[in-house]
Design a protein around this ligand. Sequence first.
Ligand SMILES: *[C@@H]1O[C@H](CO)[C@@H](O)[C@H](O)[C@H]1NC(C)=O
Ligand SMILES: *[C@@H]1O[C@H](CO)[C@@H](O)[C@H](O)[C@H]1NC(C)=O
Ligand SMILES: *[C@@H]1O[C@H](CO)[C@@H](O)[C@H](O)[C@H]1NC(C)=O
Ligand SMILES: *[C@@H]1O[C@H](CO)[C@@H](O)[C@H](O)[C@H]1NC(C)=O
Ligand SMILES: [Cu+2]
Length: 367
Amino acid sequence: MAPLSSLLVSLLAASAAALPQDLVERHGPGHHAPKCKPHQVRHRKSWHTLSNVEKKAYLDAEVCLMNKPSTLHLRGARTIFDDFQSAHATLTEIVHYAGQFLPFHRLFVWEHEQALRRECGYRGAHPYWNETQDAGAFTTSILLDPVYGFGGNGVGASRCIADGPFANYTNALGPGYAINDHCIDRTIQDFVSWAAHKQYADRCLAKSTWLDFWVCVEGAPHTAGHGGIGSQMSNPVSSPGDPIFYLHHAYLDMLWAKWQAQNPSVRLTEMGGKNLGDLATEFPGELFPTDIPPPPGFPGAPAPGGPGAPVFNLTRPWEVQAPAILGDPGNTTTLNHVLQLLGLGPDRTISQVMNTKGGYLCYDYDQ
Ligand SMILES: *[C@@H]1O[C@H](CO)[C@@H](O)[C@H](O)[C@H]1NC(C)=O
Ligand SMILES: *[C@@H]1O[C@H](CO)[C@@H](O)[C@H](O)[C@H]1NC(C)=O
Ligand SMILES: *[C@@H]1O[C@H](CO)[C@@H](O)[C@H](O)[C@H]1NC(C)=O
Ligand SMILES: *[C@@H]1O[C@H](CO)[C@@H](O)[C@H](O)[C@H]1NC(C)=O
Ligand SMILES: [Cu+2]
């Protein structure tokens, strides 16, 4: 009985063009992916609510990734931590300002969690940084605790971080595409971090379509975390050199999951947007909010090119091959789009990462 009914289900599914997710699951690159069972769902929590023991376990596992030799030998990488940063650099052009922005970073953070667990014995779920709580005041966030956190702001002209578990790490890559030894650096800008305020996150959560939501999130909430921490974190290419990157992107992923949960029957399959990312050009949204003024005491966003505005060299060097667009050849991102990981984990289609507990992925959030 069971084999017959499952055969019927497969036949029905195969003939239904309306079920691309099922087709991709059975024929796509991840058809051997284990299913997520309810008792296996890992619950991701805000960093601010973790116990010191939980914080230490996460930080120790990240230090462990920084001490493990590279397994993929991606461009410039010496450690597994570097492999992640290097993959992000190589893929930068196609995974930002494009429809796959949130899906790619969802999978990227998931594989980071997998690596912490597989390589370093981490047993928890990936935490996220509830940034609304620290908006306008990143400098005093408990995230930057020297013992139970990521260490503080950069100091001196080099902007190297001077305390915390990552103080002595030597990044092999960055800024940008450069292969270049340097410290983990930070230049926290509280006026930029104001864009992490709840009113900007809520504005995104109130959007009714995927296109409006994605563009909104890649604007203010995304910009606030990167620009608010500054230095390496604000570089679109090499930002995963600062481990805060992973808590920032888990936060944006939480916003997406929260938005999806408001209308799952539509939003678990709603995709679209430009298929060809091209960094700073033709982004359909605004990168820093201008419609809600910051409170008194905050000078607002730095003028483009003015003092305080970061300057990046985003020219891809000749030895970094332009990443290909795989799975959906048109101009619009679809559920068939293949999210490339360059070996960090198996490539996945967007349809496979739409639901955080839908099969391949297996986690949820505390909000
Ligand atoms: C996140 O921060 C907001 C304040 O901006 C707070 O209301 C909310 O409870 C926090 N969420 C969690 C899960 O701690
Ligand atoms: C970093 O190096 C300094 C100087 O050698 C040392 O005092 C400090 O304990 C080191 N920190 C870590 C987290 O290894
Ligand atoms: C920017 O990076 C490219 C590729 O690495 C390099 O050829 C170029 O000289 C750099 N430009 C500046 C202004 O540093
Ligand atoms: C895709 O975009 C390119 C460049 O803008 C354009 O020439 C082409 O006609 C578009 N193709 C489709 C199918 O819309
Ligand atoms: Cu990114």
